[in-house]
Design a protein around this ligand. Structure first.
Ligand SMILES: Cc1cc2nc3c(=O)[nH]c(=O)nc-3n(C[C@H](O)[C@H](O)[C@H](O)COP(=O)(O)OP(=O)(O)OC[C@H]3O[C@@H](n4cnc5c(N)ncnc54)[C@H](O)[C@@H]3O)c2cc1C
Length: 419
């Protein structure tokens, strides 16, 4: 039996472990934290299962805004000065990948193949793990003050149309009927019916890992540090708790994957786009369909734990302390968007969280074999779309490890595409 080790138990690791079990492998999951825990981006994200999230973060003309990113530490995208020299090569590639509409369209086409149909894949996984209630498929909505602000994003919506995404436009009255508690400054909306959401991503990941363990996977609480490779074949994964013998391994350590990829022979330009959430617990007020307000570029979702607002991009590396003012901005946005929320919220009812998106400059993940050994496959770098794209990414990884043809073209996700 092939002994496979999955490094990391975020959503990518959890889905990959399950796929490997289905392929008949003997699976070990190596993770220093608790599956579904706050250390993972998979815990605190925006909960969106959005097959329409095909537009990469960088768009044509973004370079003009870079001085603003540096000047305003609380803007929706901020770069910490001290980190700027370090991130400059990544930032250059990031801006270049969104330089023209043609490049953005190319990225969108690749992402679409990865994301299409994903809410149904999640629903099936959740059902198998006994948490079917955590996945809802009731659409996702983008809201705007008026049609003018929607038209200001014409390029993004044109590209979405070109890659086969449909939507329904809602007037102010229709929006009011669907979302009676939403502030009246929003008078236009776009509903994407194929979208869904997860009501509790942390609990979902924990349930998937529990299912993997019930199906025979072993979990080792340790940190992977490298590999023992002999003659191009993987012999063992090195961890801070000793070596684990292995025939194959998958690197799914999210934003922490760069050092592991280096140990497997690749210098990948992986960065962290830090993000935040503010969550108000124990409230009934909120949207019926998850929303993204155009004036905040953050997701607002009613979760099983409370009303969550997630977003922000902060480029400051893996080590810098969180800037909780950013989470306060998210909280204040929630209160502004839903006037019926109590103004005098006690501090213990508002939870703040910061996490690390594992981001490649072009908004596409790394899914492919390592240079040092094809026994090691990468499953990281999913940036803003890691939750939604995990099930299909996991299938691709296992198709690669088992020598089957991949179900979609994996060239765009080649770990060495920047060389
Ligand atoms: C604010 C915010 C909002 C977001 N909103 C959405 C959204 O709405 N929809 C969406 O699709 N995506 C969203 N994302 C992105 C998504 O959360 C991530 O892309 C995804 O969670 C990445 O999953 P992962 O498994 O690769 O990494 P993670 O979830 O970070 O998991 C990596 C795991 O690896 C472990 N690890 C680290 N180092 C080692 C090591 N050396 N050895 C072993 N284990 C290790 C960590 O402890 C961690 O548990 C959002 C992200 C943020 C921050």
């Amino acid at each position: 039996m092939t002994r496979s080790i999955v490094i990391g138990a975020g959503i990518l690791g959890a889905c990959t472990a399950l796929e490997l079990l289905r392929a008949g492998h003997q699976v070990t999951i190596v993770e220093p934290g608790l599956p579904g825990g706050e250390q993972a981006a998979s815990y605190g994200n925006g909960c969106w299962l959005s097959p329409m999230s095909v537009i990469p973060p960088a768009m044509p003309g973004l370079w003009r805004k870079v001085p603003g990113f540096l000047a305003d530490p609380l803007g929706p995208l901020a770069i910490r000065w001290r980190y700027f020299p370090k991130v400059l090569p990544w930032l250059t590639r990031y801006l270049a990948s969104g330089w023209t509409e043609a490049r953005v369209l190319r990225t969108a086409r690749a992402l679409r193949t990865l994301l299409q149909g994903s809410p149904a894949l999640h629903a099936a996984l959740a059902e198998a793990a006994g948490v079917g209630h955590l996945i809802e498929r009731r659409g996702l909505m983008y809201i705007y003050p008026s049609r003018t602000e929607f038209e200001a994003e014409a390029m993004a919506w044109r590209i979405r149309r070109q890659v086969g995404i449909d939507w329904i436009e809602l007037s102010a009255d229709e929006l009011r009927q669907r979302e009676p508690e939403l502030d009246r400054r929003y008078g236009f909306a776009v509903l994407v019916e194929e979208g869904g959401h997860c009501r509790d991503p942390g609990a979902y990941v924990a349930a998937l890992v529990a299912l993997a363990e019930a199906e025979g996977a072993r979990r080792v609480m340790a940190r992977a540090t490298g590999f023992r490779i002999e003659g191009g074949r993987l012999r063992a994964v090195r961890t801070d708790a000793g070596e684990l013998a292995a025939d194959q391994a998958v690197i799914a350590a999210g934003a922490y994957s760069r050092a592991l990829a280096a140990a497997a022979g690749d210098a990948v330009p992986l960065e962290t786009e830090r993000g935040y959430h503010a969550m108000i617990e124990g409230v009934e007020v909120g949207p019926r369909t998850p929303l993204m307000p155009s004036d905040g570029k953050m997701s607002v979702t009613m979760t099983a734990r409370g009303l969550r607002c997630a977003g922000q991009v902060e480029i400051a590396g893996l080590k810098a302390a969180p800037n909780w003012k950013r989470a306060e901005i998210l909280r204040d946005h929630l209160i502004g968007a839903f006037p019926a929320l109590p103004r005098d919220l006690p501090a213990e009812r508002v939870k703040f969280w910061m996490g690390h998106r594992p981001s490649m400059p072009d908004g596409l993940p790394c899914i492919g074999p390592a240079r040092a050994s094809a026994d090691i496959v990468y499953a990281f770098g999913h940036g803003h779309v890691g939750l939604v794209s995990a099930p299909r990414s996991a299938r691709l990884v296992v198709q690669m490890l088992t020598g089957q043809p991949t179900e979609i073209d994996v060239m765009p996700f080649d770990p060495r595409r920047f060389e």
